[in-house]
Design a protein around this ligand. Structure first.
Ligand code: A3P
Length: 333
């Protein structure tokens, strides 16, 4: 037996937290740094560009996140359809809890249905009050996640990178503090192609989940925004089965799938009062107006912004990066 009494649990935690803070400080001083789209700087951590808050949360999640075998994670590169999938997953899973005329989504909108883990702060909540299966969202690449999360079940949604680029540029430009010069589309395009933006490179992000889905198809439901747009009913059925609550014949008869699709459609979500006026809090530090999550909701809006040359360059990168992987995102439109 050790002759030293061990530290009480709370002090051990504090010591661990201090270590994380020191490590975080050290990383910010030593990691490669580049211009951010919203923040002044991004840091390259294990191959992905993160802002300082997300980097710290990543360290915290590795130490403090307690997973449960029934947890389900929604993962996505920012602006790939996270809001939509949150609404679809939540309303599909909880279809017996709410009526479609008086739904949780009507009052609160999709963002608050379940937490985005990447911006939680210390102390990481234990989420034990959530009933299983617990739902969480993340924008982090699969390879960056702590094993307790990456070994879990995922719904991954990706989207044509040209639409992601335009959506992200517009979104980040709105959030960018006024003391930073505006980010032009040309600059954003160049950074995106170089793989520099929050949670990027885009292609390595998608591939991290694609490869994991090939290794464990039963653990990752891999979706494309364009496919959800074209066949939302098929996707709702896939989500229901994946989350362990397949649609029954009776529910099919009653048209439940159609109700879910209608409830979560771009038009109905965007027109909710709560999404026109409300502000969403992510963790304790990030606040974003809910209406900023609804812009056009279309496939191919990039055509209004990118030249032929820009299109060719992004498609070329996509084809190069995905060659041999069995994945294609350029033929989706
Ligand atoms: P656009 O900017 O191209 O319109 P995320 O939720 O990952 O931040 O992605 C946001 C993108 O999804 C935005 O794309 C937004 O308009 C679109 N979107 C939000 N809700 C949607 C819905 N219910 N159906 C389709 N697209 C939706």
């Amino acid at each position: 037996m050790s002759s030293f009494p061990s530290l009480p649990e709370s002090e051990q935690e504090d010591a661990e937290y201090k270590n994380i803070c020191n490590n975080h400080k050290h990383l910010l001083e030593t990691l490669p740094k580049a211009n951010g789209w919203r923040n002044r700087h991004l840091y390259n951590y294990n191959g992905f560009w993160l802002n300082p808050l997300v980097l710290k949360t990543n360290l915290l999640l590795h130490t403090y996140f307690k997973s449960h075998p029934t947890d389900i994670f929604l993962a996505s590169f920012m602006k790939s359809g996270t809001t939509w999938l949150k609404a679809l997953m939540f309303s599909t899973l909880n279809r017996h809890r709410y009526t479609f005329s008086d739904h949780y989504l009507h009052k609160h909108g999709p963002q608050s249905t379940f937490p985005l883990l990447d911006v939680e702060t210390y102390p990481i909540p234990d989420f034990t009050t959530f009933s299983p299966p617990r739902l969480f969202a993340t924008h982090s690449a699969h390879t960056l996640l702590p094993p307790s999360i990456s070994s879990g079940k995922f719904v991954y949604v990706c989207r044509d990178p040209k639409d992601v680029l335009i959506s992200k540029w517009m979104f980040m430009s709105k959030l960018r503090p006024k003391d930073l010069p505006p980010l032009s589309l040309d600059e954003a395009f160049e950074l995106f192609c170089l793989g520099v933006s929050e949670f990027a490179p885009f292609w390595e992000h998608v591939l991290s989940y694609w490869r994991a889905s090939l290794e464990s198809p039963e653990k990752i439901l891999f979706l494309k925004y364009e496919e959800v747009k074209k066949q939302p009913e098929v996707v709702v059925r896939k989500l229901a089965a994946f989350m362990g609550k397949p649609l029954t014949a009776e529910e099919e008869e009653k048209g439940v799938v159609g109700e879910i699709v209608k409830l979560c459609s771009f038009e109905s979500l965007r027109n909710l009062e709560v999404n026109k006026k409300g502000v969403e809090k992510f963790g304790k530090l990030v606040e974003i107006e809910k209406r900023d999550f609804f812009r056009k909701g279309e496939i191919g809006d990039w055509k209004n912004y990118l030249s032929d040359e820009m299109k060719e360059r992004i498609d070329g990168i996509t084809n190069d990066k995905f060659r041999g992987s069995g994945l294609s995102l350029t033929a989706t439109i």
